[in-house]
Design a protein around this ligand. Structure first.
Ligand code: EPU
Length: 301
């Protein structure tokens, strides 16, 4: 979608929102996705005004975090994409609390806190994406999840059209799921992290990194795990047991290293990836009578 109305363009610049034509293939770790206008937001405070501007002109929109858990459709996309620009600094520490902007890189945040003897998030070190994305999905790995450390969340709430602060107890964090509404926009989070000596945190980080390197196709274009694990089972193991590693549609391929990672080996289209996802789900349903749920977020027009 292209914004061409000079009135909207003028209002965007007044709100300090940068407008840029973008390919989602360049903004997602799968390197798949069509083209649209990207609106980069410099200040949280401009969000309510921006959203009422877009709504009043009937411009549909989606919120993009780090693009690392996302499969976007091909071609000209029927909505504009909003993304927060990262402030400097994006993490501020006070005692055991870390106030983190949603646009902050997750891995860098974990390392920054570690250097100040704040641990707990070692398992998240290799998870790509922003803190806002991790928060919305309640990202987790190696027995921990970010939700356990959340004390406050600043968000734009679609229901009230305002920026609000929620306390940790007001939010439910479950396995790869939170109680935020789909149109809520994460803006910042206050984490309370346990004190730990840097050396000890580093040791934990090294162990997680090693586990990840040995079991996941790092360095290849992917969106992490495609399916959630069904209760008490592993989607990756089930797909592997069916001998589906290497199964391909065009350049979309079930990873040879971890069967729940689907990689883009070249110029895979969204349709290739979606066809592969559908095929694998059907085979798992037939073999195990299990309906796999997407873990990856799909933006298909
Ligand atoms: N397995 C296989 N074949 C495979 C993949 C896995 O047999 O191709 C087996 C493993 O040997 C192991 C079991 O399945 O016995 C579980 O595998 P793994 O430890 O790799 O964990 P997972 O359940 O596949 C989950 C998360 C990952 C997270 C890891 C580590 C989900 C969907 N996946 O994977 O998160 O990194 O545990 O904690 O919850 C993600 O969210 O995108 C993600 C990758």
């Amino acid at each position: 979608m292209r914004i061409e109305d000079p009135k909207i363009i003028g209002a965007l610049s007044e709100l300090n929102v940068e407008l840029r034509r973008s390919s989602l293939a360049e903004l997602t770790s799968l390197a798949i996705g069509g083209t649209t206008d990207l609106l980069r937001i410099q200040k949280h405070e401009s969000i309510p005004g921006l959203l009422s501007l877009l709504d009043s002109h009937g411009v549909p929109h989606r919120f993009l975090g780090g693009g690392s858990n996302l499969l976007v459709g091909d071609g000209e996309l029927p909505w504009v994409v909003l993304q927060l620009a990262s402030p400097d600094p994006d993490v501020v520490l006070e005692g055991n609390f870390a106030q983190v902007d949603a646009a902050a890189d997750l891995g860098r945040t974990v390392t920054f806190c570690a250097k100040h003897d704040l641990g707990g998030m070692e398992g998240l070190i290799g998870v790509p994406g922003t803190v806002g994305g991790a928060l919305r999905m309640n990202a987790g790995a190696y027995g921990m999840q970010i939700g356990s450390y959340v004390r406050e969340v600043k968000l734009y709430r679609a229901a009230t059209r305002q920026i609000e602060i929620l306390r940790g107890e007001q939010i439910s964090f479950e396995y790869r799921h939170t109680s935020f509404a789909p149109d809520d926009m994460m803006l910042a989070v206050k984490l309370e992290l346990p004190s730990k000596p840097f050396k000890e945190i580093l040791q934990g980080i090294r162990i997680c990194n090693e586990k990840r390197r040995s079991s996941q196709p790092l360095g290849q274009k992917s969106a992490g795990c495609i399916f959630k694990n069904p209760p008490g089972a592993s989607a990756g193991r089930m797909i592997d047991e069916l001998g589906l590693k290497g199964l391909s549609v065009g350049d979309a391929r079930v990873s040879d290293r971890h069967a729940n990672f689907f990689v883009n080996t070249g110029k895979a289209s969204a349709n290739d990836m979606l066809a592969l996802i559908t095929d694998v789900r059907e085979r798992v349903r037939t073999a195990f009578s299990v309906e796999l749920e997407h873990e990856v977020v799909i933006w298909n027009a």
